[in-house]
Design a protein around this ligand. Structure first.
Ligand code: PRP
Ligand code: ZN
Length: 296
């Protein structure tokens, strides 16, 4: 069978998390920093490590089968292709739990910002001209675009633009450049996309298997294993406090007629507040454990 090709960001916000996710799915990889391609030695999978902006195009053109990418570059590429009438089909198969960021308009502190209308007809530096164009025209405003692939945040001080439209995650970059975030135009997360072109059946089965493992990894991260001792007469109230713990296991305790042991998987983290409430209801020996892997 031909090998499944997965594109990941080589370096940047999504790079480490993307690799970590694949490793947790049992894809063994030997990454050589100098090399673009890495072959898995236990599954028929090749990893292509490229610039994030290139990933949507590689998937849309069927050069790779799947990609892990931010919705920001994905939607930008889709709009760009719609604009120039180029095929842009892909399938978003899963939203991931990392890479959260927002695309925002920002100005210097001297700029008298009264709302988006203050930017009408001004020059805005961005790496996302298509997302910005759609947003501004939906509000009925125009702008001059100044497309920069990097260092967008220095544009206002360098006199290249009146404002910027750039990705913000922690806000540190804006702050370091004396810029103030004004309006969010798009919110993004990492996601897995698949090529819409015909993928042969064995490859598709491998994709499905990887996706089911990804689901398991994310579900496990969000879930906790709970063990506690509960008084029989307050058992239901205690179980009701455990989020998403459908059918807990109840076991008897040696030499205790009034108490039982409860084991349950909770679909969410259990916070200190909940543990304190459990204790007030008579629970004791409360243990919250992380879950490594999960399969339904
Ligand atoms: C974005 C953006 C800023 C930085 C903001 O770059 O262009 O430089 O992240 O993050 P902060 O709010 O945490 O400071 P990105 O990671 O997308 O790099 P790239 O454009 O080179 O892919
Ligand atoms: Zn990028």
């Amino acid at each position: 069978m031909t090998r499944l090709r997965i594109a990941l960001q080589k370096s940047g916000r999504l790079a480490t998390e993307s690799l970590k996710l694949l490793k947790k799915c049992g894809i063994r990889l030997n990454i050589n920093e100098q090399r673009l391609i890495a072959h898995s030695d236990n599954l028929p999978i090749d990893i292509l490590r490229v610039r994030d902006d290139d990933i949507p195009g590689l998937v849309m053109d069927g050069v790779v089968d799947i990609g892990i990418v931010g919705e920001n570059v994905l939607i930008e590429e889709q709009y760009e292709r719609e604009f120039i009438n180029k095929a842009a089909s892909y399938e978003k198969i899963r939203v991931l739990d990392f890479g959260q960021c927002r695309l925002s308009l920002a100005v210097t502190s001297e700029f008298d910002y009264q709302g988006i209308e203050s930017l009408n007809k001004l020059r805005i530096a961005t790496s996302y001209p298509n997302l910005l164009r759609k947003f501004m025209s939906s509000k009925g405003y125009e702008f001059e675009d100044c497309k920069l692939k990097g260092s967008v945040e220095v544009a206002p001080r360098a006199g290249l633009a009146d404002a910027i439209c750039d990705l913000v995650s922690t806000g540190a970059t804006l702050e370091a450049n004396g810029l103030i975030e004004k309006d969010v135009i798009f919110r993004s997360r990492a996601c897995v996309i698949q090529s819409a072109s015909n993928i042969d059946q064995t490859k598709q089965e491998l994709i499905n298997k990887i996706m089911s493992r990804i689901n398991g990894v994310i579900q496990a991260k969000e879930s906790k294993y709970i063990m506690l001792h509960a008084p029989k007469d307050n058992l239901q109230n205690i179980i009701n406090l455990l989020p998403g713990a459908g059918n807990p296991t109840i076991m008897s305790l040696t030499n205790r007629e009034d108490m039982v042991a409860v084991h349950a998987v909770s679909s969410e983290d259990i916070f200190w507040d909940t543990m304190e409430e459990l204790k007030l209801l008579g629970a004791s020996s409360i243990l919250i454990l992380p879950i490594e892997k999960m399969m339904g």
